[in-house]
Design a protein. Structure first.
Length: 264
């Protein structure tokens, strides 16, 4: 994987900073990634070289972990954020296993950005689809199914508190806040602080301005999140045509919902 460019940008350092600030918000982040990849391996006839769509992949965190787990794998990393795409392209510039593409999941035409001539073994996404409105989350589930081989998986790991533990939810959130505050106290960037650092980097200032303009036009300055229970997501997957649905991972306030296409 590329470490720097001719401009001297250290992409690996940006990846480390991204991981650190994400892990402050999501203390069990690596656990969810590991469970997602366990499920991918379990679904494969030959686990050596899966083809994975890293959906709303940001800097390519899932792609990096896919390639660590399956060195012969290939991924397509799709996102709409110009700054995160710049980091991903810098990171994977010399890695033929990864294709980085721009696509907007808010528009069903995002499928045109993805080469569908070879089906995917899995579509993986984490902590991203909550930025979409309800109808588009359901739409993405249905649309992505057309990209999967028989028996392929769509796994979405995101904030999905268990409605059966309503009285415990705030206490679990307090535990996560305690971990987050401790990491921030040790100098880890908050979300806002990380973006301030991005905007201050000459190599990323332009893409960051493009990103800011895109989201201002899309949502205004308020990034509204749409959150739902795992039960809602599983029902949306069933409505989207997946033959099997269920959880492959459950954290304190997050879960990984999974849909599997029908086997031949």
């Amino acid at each position: 994987m590329s470490q720097t460019t001719t401009s001297g940008t250290d992409w690996e350092n940006w990846q480390r900073q991204w991981d650190a600030q994400q892990e402050a918000y999501l203390p069990d982040r690596e656990q969810r990634f590991a469970a997602m990849l366990d499920a991918v391996e379990a679904s494969l006839n030959s686990p050596a070289a899966p083809r994975v769509l890293d959906l709303a992949g940001g800097t390519g965190s899932i792609s990096r972990r896919v390639l660590q787990r399956f060195p012969q794998a290939s991924t397509v990393m799709l996102d709409v954020d110009a700054a995160l795409l710049t980091i991903a392209r810098g990171t994977f510039a010399d890695d033929v296993r990864v294709q980085v593409v721009s696509g907007d999941l808010g528009d069903r035409n995002w499928l045109a950005a993805v080469d569908s001539t070879v089906p995917f073994d899995a579509v993986l996404t984490a902590t991203a689809l909550h930025w979409l409105p309800e109808d588009r989350v359901a739409g993405v589930y249905a649309e992505a199914r057309s990209l999967l081989r028989p028996g392929g998986l769509f796994i979405n790991a995101d904030y999905m508190p268990d409605p059966g533990l309503e009285s415990l939810t705030e206490g679990l959130a307090a535990v996560e806040r305690r971990v987050r505050d401790a990491r921030w106290a040790n100098g880890v960037h908050s979300w806002e602080g990380w973006w301030e650092a991005v905007r201050a980097d000459p190599a990323l200032a332009g893409p960051a301005a493009e990103r800011d303009a895109f989201y201002a036009a899309r949502r205004g300055d308020d990034h509204t999140e749409w959150l739902a229970s795992s039960a809602w997501h599983l029902e949306a997957m069933r409505a989207g045509g997946y033959a099997e649905t269920g959880l492959v991972w459950r954290g304190l306030l997050d879960a990984a919902v999974t849909g599997r296409t029908a086997l031949l």
